[in-house]
Design a protein around this ligand. Structure first.
Ligand SMILES: C[S@@+](CC[C@H](N)C(=O)[O-])C[C@H]1O[C@@H](n2cnc3c(N)ncnc32)[C@H](O)[C@@H]1O
Length: 218
């Protein structure tokens, strides 16, 4: 089901008695809807900013009658920063995030100190981040960031047999591309309030920017 956000300042409500798993950039929902079907005791939230993919995710939930899978059409960092309950998510999956390969676009990458901080705040202590990408340089950058962050420890990534591959993983594996996977567990740490997010001048929306950044850049 699509979660309708009527007030972007109001945190989302979850049944805190039920475990929660989240997929960032869930695309059409192949992975998360299958997982939700297999685990009715848990709630699942997909976060995806492309409308068409959100609709396809929702269609899968309706056809498959999967009441515990939900999808939100919003930007992931904003959602983690402002809208999710503290220390509730059991697992966060980030599979094949846009790698933004050009150096001038690296600031668009999801993983950075801001996302790690919001991620730590939303994961239960001991909760896990599962990460996979086909982009080795981005993989190394993400691993290096976590390696310097005392709020996380690296653990073994989950096994991902073909049944749980996402749409992009299926496509990349069919092309024979190497896939890099890692996982981290969150550790107890000082629980500071999150600072308000600010938009750096270079990230301010400008006329024409959507046309200059094409899909192949991501
Ligand atoms: C390369 S696709 C991978 C989709 C899916 N995870 C898979 O493996 O098949 C990346 C997805 O993340 C979404 N996305 C990228 N950045 C996002 C953000 N900041 N917030 C929400 N969705 C995002 C894109 O719209 C796209 O659907």
């Amino acid at each position: 089901m699509i979660i309708k956000v009527t007030d972007p300042c109001r945190p989302l409500e979850f049944d805190l008695a039920r475990p929660l798993e989240i997929e960032v950039g869930c695309g059409k929902g192949k992975f998360l809807t299958a997982r939700a079907q297999a685990h009715p005791e848990c709630d699942f939230l997909g976060i995806e900013r492309m409308l068409e993919r959100v609709r396809l995710f929702d269609g899968k939930c309706r056809r498959g009658k999967i009441p515990n899978a939900h999808v939100l059409r919003l930007e992931a960092l904003y959602t983690f920063h402002y809208l999710l309950p503290a220390h509730h998510a059991r697992t966060v999956y980030v599979f094949f995030p846009d790698p933004w390969p050009k150096k001038k676009h690296h600031s668009h990458r999801l993983f950075g100190p801001l996302f790690r901080t919001a991620l730590w705040k939303r994961l239960e202590i001991g909760g896990k981040l599962e990460f996979a990408t086909d982009h080795k340089e981005y993989f190394d950058e993400v691993c290096a960031g976590f390696a310097t962050d005392g709020r996380f420890e690296r653990v073994e990534a989950m096994p991902r047999p073909p049944e749980v591959w996402t749409e992009f993983e299926t496509m990349f594996r069919e092309q024979g591309l190497p896939i890099h996977s890692a996982a981290w567990r969150s550790l107890p740490a000082e629980d500071l309030p999150l600072e308000p997010l600010t938009v750096p001048p270079e990230a301010e929306p400008r006329e024409g920017i959507a046309r200059r950044v094409s899909l192949k850049d991501r």
